[in-house]
Design a protein around this ligand. Structure first.
Ligand SMILES: [Fe+2]
Ligand SMILES: [Fe+2]
Length: 277
């Protein structure tokens, strides 16, 4: 989901971009005692391994009105490394720096995304430029409607349910048209770690959230949905959420807010109930 007030923080991010020369990477323990790497002290961009070999890259954003938000990308480090979501184009230097703390950007093979919006794929071409072996990875609708034209290289388009091996990890693509929004929307399920890269589902506002939580995220994300109305009003949400639930994810890798660990099928079905209430 594109931050509705991203322009409010543009000046701040321009400042950040200007200052990211001579970056010092800082490692510290988060409040749950696990290792976190801050790759940019000005922006607070940080990296945390949420599942085996899957890294959450998080950038908090503060707004002048006191609201806050966060943007996450997920990096699967493997023989064929995959980045799920690029972050907004103006954050490219920050995300690139964070990726480089895990592996050289040129090793990336897939720049994947759920749907076509700035925070999902705004810096797609910048990534293709720094990762010459990489191609966009998306669903067939995104490839046909947008990416064959927008991207500097042709995409690898995945059909609903199609699997892609990355080495130790493997991802399945699931089409979820209009859930939560965009015709071309879909998600990736990583099999080895049972991690669902669930994009804008369970979006939580705020910026000071733990990298991973086992606490309730449905309540906060429902409060955010009701305020922002960012879901489409598709009648097919329950069937698509059931398709995702049938993969039995143990980690939900949310794009905005904390990743979540627990019974993912149960939480996805609870979301279906909320959407139909
Ligand atoms: Fe998003
Ligand atoms: Fe979105």
């Amino acid at each position: 989901m594109v931050c509705p007030v991203i322009n409010c923080c543009t000046a701040r991010q321009e400042q950040t971009r200007a200052r990211i020369v001579n970056v010092t990477i800082v490692h510290y323990l988060d409040r749950e005692g696990s290792l976190m790497t801050v790759t940019n002290r000005e922006s607070g961009t940080n990296v945390h391994e949420v599942s085996d070999g899957i890294y959450r890259i998080n950038t908090p954003v503060m707004f002048e009105n006191g609201n806050s938000f966060s943007f996450n990308q997920y990096l699967i480090a493997d023989d064929e490394a995959l980045l799920f979501h690029t972050g907004p184009r103006k954050m490219f230097p920050l995300v690139r720096e964070a990726v480089a703390s895990v592996l050289p950007a040129k090793q990336l093979r897939y720049i994947a995304f759920s749907h076509v919006e700035a925070d999902e794929c705004g810096s797609l071409n910048e990534w293709l430029a720094v990762a010459p072996q990489a191609v966009p990875l998306c669903g067939t609708v995104a490839a046909m409607v947008s990416i064959e034209d927008l991207a500097d290289r042709s995409p690898r388009a995945l059909a609903d349910g199609e699997m892609l091996a990355l080495g130790k990890h493997a991802v399945h693509w699931f089409d979820t048209p209009h859930l939560p929004h965009a015709w071309e929307c879909g998600f990736l399920m990583e099999e080895q770690s049972s991690t669902l890269l669930c994009g804008d589902l369970f979006t939580q506002g705020g910026a000071d959230l733990p990298p991973v939580t086992e606490s309730d995220i449905l309540g906060p994300s429902e409060a955010f949905r009701k305020k922002m109305d960012y879901f489409s009003h598709t009648k097919n949400a329950r069937a698509m959420l059931e398709k995702l639930a049938s993969t039995n994810p143990e980690t939900l890798a949310c794009m905005h807010g904390s990743a979540w660990r627990g019974d993912g099928a149960k939480l996805l079905r609870a979301l279906a109930d909320e959407l139909s209430a």
